[in-house]
Design a protein around this ligand. Structure first.
Ligand SMILES: [Fe+2]
Length: 201
C-alpha cells in the first residue's frame, strides 16, 4: 500500500508541469463559500441554544454562549465588510450593502445590551419572555438573510473566490472578537472604503 501511494505521488509529481504546480500551490486552502455557510450553521445553533438558555433564565449559560458568538462573529462580520459584501455588491447594489452594514450595527448594539444584562447573573421573568423575540428578530434574522447571498456565489470568478479565501485566512488569523472589532476597527475600515451604514431602528 505504502509502495503504491509513493508511486502515485511520483506519478502525480511527474505529470504536473512547473506552471501547473505554481497554480496548485498558490491556490488558497479554504473554500470561502463553504466556510461562509459553515459559520452560519454554527451561529444558527448557538442562537437557538441562546434562546433556550434565556427562556430558562440560565444567565451563566447564556453568557457563555454570547462569548462563543463574539468569537465567531468577529472574523465573520469583519470579512463580510472588508471583502465579501464588496465582492457581491455588483449583484445586490450599494443600497443593499448599506442596509447589511446597518444590520451589523444593530446586532452589535443588541450584543452589547445582552452582555450587559447577562453579566448581572440574573434573568428576570419579563426578560425571559421578551429577549427570545429580540434575539430572533434582530440577530437570528441575519444568518437567515446572509445565507441568501450564497445564491450569487456560483456567479463569482475563480479569482474572486481566491481573493475571498485569502482575506478570510488573514482575518481569521487576526482573530478579533465581534465587540472589540466594532469598537476599534469597524468604523475606520468603512471610512477607508467609503462605506456608510443605513441606520436601522
Ligand atoms: Fe454572514
Amino acid at each position: 500500500m505504502q509502495h503504491l501511494m509513493t508511486e502515485k505521488f511520483i506519478y502525480n509529481a511527474v505529470i504536473i508541469t512547473p506552471k501547473e504546480k505554481e497554480v496548485v500551490f498558490k491556490m488558497p486552502k479554504l473554500d470561502p463559500i463553504a466556510e461562509f455557510r459553515s459559520d452560519h450553521a454554527k451561529v444558527r445553533d448557538m442562537l437557538l441554544e441562546l434562546i433556550d438558555a434565556v427562556s430558562k433564565k440560565d444567565a451563566t449559560k447564556a453568557l457563555e454562549i454570547m462569548i462563543r458568538l463574539d468569537k465567531i462573529g468577529g472574523p465573520h462580520f469583519r470579512w463580510e465588510e472588508e471583502s465579501l459584501y464588496l465582492t457581491f455588491e455588483k449583484f445586490f447594489g450599494r443600497q443593499y450593502l448599506e442596509y447589511l452594514l446597518g444590520v451589523h450595527d444593530r446586532i452589535v448594539k443588541r450584543g452589547r445590551e445582552l452582555v450587559e444584562i447577562l453579566s448581572k447573573g440574573k434573568i428576570s421573568e419579563e426578560q425571559a419572555k421578551i429577549l427570545p423575540d429580540i434575539i430572533r428578530s434582530d440577530i437570528l434574522s441575519h444568518p437567515i438573510e446572509c445565507e441568501g447571498i450564497v445564491l450569487f456565489a456560483e456567479k463569482l470568478t475563480q479569482k474572486e473566490l481566491n481573493e475571498l479565501a485569502e482575506n478570510l485566512e488573514r482575518i481569521r488569523k487576526e482573530d478579533i472578537p465581534l465587540l472589540e472589532w466594532a469598537e476599534r476597527i469597524k468604523d475606520a475600515e468603512r471610512e477607508k472604503r467609503g462605506l456608510k451604514a443605513r441606520v436601522l431602528a
